[in-house]
Design a protein around this ligand. Structure first.
Ligand SMILES: [Zn+2]
Length: 230
């Protein structure tokens, strides 16, 4: 299981998993995880998500200063620092540009819960419409964190998706679920019948009572990386 990995190794694995599952966009997109000492272990800029290995991951403090590693942080660093400041429960942040999630974000429609992929995100989606541009300043990062509130994910209109989770494993799974659920919604069209929020929340609670659900899915994705040669 994933306990055998350092936090930096888990971040690197998560980077490669999201690309293997279709969320690549040149060298854009980034993933970070927060350790118990308050260090943020993050994918650096300049590398594609699928190129990232444990030794490439940099450690930053909350001011955004690199304290370990030689590579540079992404310009959108404040997405991570401001969410961690606002949400003590969050230990991993993922920002990618998933094709279908972005397409959905342009429709100004909430995520429809049509199958099990949407269930972990039922009632857990925020919608950030303030700007389609990069989030580069402290103010913009704060504004996104405020929009996210206590939720698990946000669609950034005309831009991408942000996931905020208590572990790298859960964040990775929710990032994959969100893109699959958005794709399902676009394929099914506006006439699709939803599960309904109350039932979806009940299902979410029951799914997540199964201990090891997300670590198990993450471990499966790690095996798939090896099979596919990532
Ligand atoms: Zn972005």
């Amino acid at each position: 299981m994933s306990e055998q990995y350092s936090l930096a190794a888990k971040v690197a694995l998560a980077c490669r998993i999201v690309v293997m599952e279709g969320q690549d966009d040149f060298s854009l997109g980034h993933i970070s995880a927060l350790d118990e000492d308050g260090l943020i272990w993050m994918k650096p800029s300049g590398l594609g998500l699928e190129e990232v290995r444990e030794e490439d991951i940099i450690a930053l403090n909350f001011k955004g200063e690199v304290v370990k590693g030689t590579r540079k942080p992404h310009n959108e660093l404040t997405i991570h620092t401001e969410i961690y400041k606002a949400r003590p429960d969050v230990k991993c942040v993922i920002h990618t540009h998933p094709f279908h999630a972005i397409a959905l974000s342009t429709l100004e429609r909430p995520l429809a819960i049509l199958n099990h992929d949407g269930v972990p995100l039922a009632g857990e989606m925020a919608y950030f419409k303030e700007t389609p541009d990069l989030i580069t300043t402290e103010e913009e990062g704060k504004s996104l964190a405020q929009c996210l509130g206590s939720k698990r994910a946000a669609l950034l209109k005309n831009h991408g998706a942000v996931i905020a989770a208590p572990s790298v494993e859960a964040a990775t799974c929710w990032a994959l679920h969100l893109e699959k659920a958005a794709r399902m919604q676009l394929v099914a069209g506006p006439e699709a019948q939803e599960i309904g929020l109350e039932k979806a929340v009940e299902m979410r609670k029951s799914f997540e009572k199964m201990s090891g659900r997300y670590p198990g899915f993450f471990a499966y994705e790690v095996r798939k990386l090896a099979q596919k040669g990532y």
